[in-house]
Design a protein around this ligand. Structure first.
Ligand code: CO
Length: 134
């Protein structure tokens, strides 16, 4: 069902410092910051030849990554995003297999303007999964 790795997401305490780290030290191409109020994050994408790294920083009061940053003040790996062809059929298969979808179970628009869902880390080896329809 899953296809390519779309991106890995890392929560960072300082977005500008993280972007400089990736561009100046690692020599990667980084995007300008993108504010996603619906998701409670500001994100910068690091564009690699075979995938992307999403640098995430809390935005607003109820950011889902604020607690993560409290527990991991230096930042850390947050989620893995896999591509799927059709998000509703992927969701239905996942639910039928007993996997838990976070939130109300309805896809939301992700950072690339495409529908995404998040899956409970306890069902996937302790890793928060995002699936994105491409
Ligand atoms: Co993501």
């Amino acid at each position: 069902m899953i296809g390519r790795l779309n991106h890995l997401a890392i929560v960072v305490p300082d977005l500008a410092a993280a972007a400089a780290n990736y561009s100046d030290i690692l020599g990667a191409t980084v995007t300008a910051p993108i504010e996603l109020p619906d998701h409670g994050v500001t994100t910068i994408f690091v564009e690699l030849p075979n995938t992307k790294i999403e640098l995430l920083h809390p935005l607003g009061e109820n950011s889902p990554v604020a607690k993560f940053l409290e527990k991991n003040p230096d930042g850390g790996m947050h989620h893995v995003c896999y591509e799927v062809d059709e998000i509703y059929s992927a969701r239905d298969k996942l639910v039928a297999s007993g996997a838990r979808i976070l939130g109300d179970g309805e896809p939301r628009t992700g950072a690339h303007g495409k529908p995404v869902l998040f899956l409970h880390p306890k069902d996937f080896c302790g890793t928060l999964l995002e699936i994105e329809q491409v």
